[in-house]
Ligand binder design. Sequence first.
Ligand code: ASP
Ligand code: MG
Length: 422
Amino acid sequence: MSLLVQKFGGTSVADVDRIKKVARRIKRTVKQGHQVVAVVSARAGVTNNLISRAAAITKSPDPREMDVLMSTGEQETIALLSMTLQSIGVPAVSLTGPRFGIRTDNEHTRARIREMGGSDARRYLRQGKVVVVAGFQGLSEFGEITTFGRGGSDLSAIAVAGALKAHRCQIFTDVEGVYTADPRIVPNAHKLSELSYEEMLELASSGSKVMQTRAVGFAQKHEVAFEVRSSFNSKPGTIVKKSASSLEAVSVSGVAIDKNQVRISVQELPDRPGAAAAVFKAMAEIGVVVDLIVQNVGRAGKANLTFSVPSEDAYRAEKAMREAVGRTGATVGRSNKIAKVSVVGVGMRSHSGVASCFFDALAEAGINMLMISTSEIKISVAVNHEDGDEATRVAHAAFGLEKKTRSRKKATARASRSKSKG
Ligand code: ASP
Ligand code: MG
């Protein structure tokens, strides 16, 4: 008998009919001889509705009260799912995050997990019950309810699987797995059967929003392997785990696009040590994540610095930047939305020619690059917003990621084996 953690997202439990479907799936799993812990989200739209109700009252709601409010969504689902399971003859018990023993820090609306309990859940499992755990929530050091940031039920599922040493953690969602690119943009994209944590992390941070990034980071740190699969069919999904040898890997596993970036530029910044540090300190202080960064070669003691931020943070970022550099005489500007297109693959560590293949493809398509950034397993470029989709398609084709494996081999062969990305 093995223990499975099954996580069902908002669309999978959107209404009573879907909750019944989820219950029947859990029942089948139990019949196959497994112990099951189900971790669930709020029904689709519920969290958004709660947030907009708060927004109708005040622009800056008290984060503690936001957590009291938002955590109700998941609490509704665990009760409904447990009742449904009981009604079809499956003994079940619901546990809120605090009740499970998920302990967090005190950062309301974006709490981090500090410690995982689970002894009650284990006892219920031994009694033959399905344990239904509320995602997205935990208990602070002060005994207050906290939440983990949007999409945080993924994190709950991974953490619960880790704490209970589950045999497998299955993330049931509205997509069939992780694709080589967004199939709405690239029709011949295909589902990856396996992916490493680091690739999944880079794809997630590059706009492939299959799962909460923090959840994947947590899974990597605690080595919790998981599977992303569809809640609407029983096809196998994508298994995410520690990477196999990157020598064997294809150079690029996937192409991600993030159309939600804005460029902030700081012109005429004094070209001296500490100037850029002050810029990014200002961003860190307001909790804005800076993505691509470009600094040009200084001239006449002045330099220009450009970086991208998520568009929802752009206004705050611009304002904080004006305050931070205003006195130096630098000017601050903000662009319209841009798109960031990234190619990702652990194989980049051992294949060269990836950058040139990517940039050639963009050049052939007449797409101008605004910014570039690279990491060990990722190359990202910023392009005009309207070029984003086409850039994704040409990159996908250039690396031979379309459904047939034959052309993937070709692309791999094209990139010669060496340590550089060239
Ligand atoms: N209900 C929360 C949200 O919508 C958490 C989750 O669904 O994962 O963000
Ligand atoms: Mg989700």
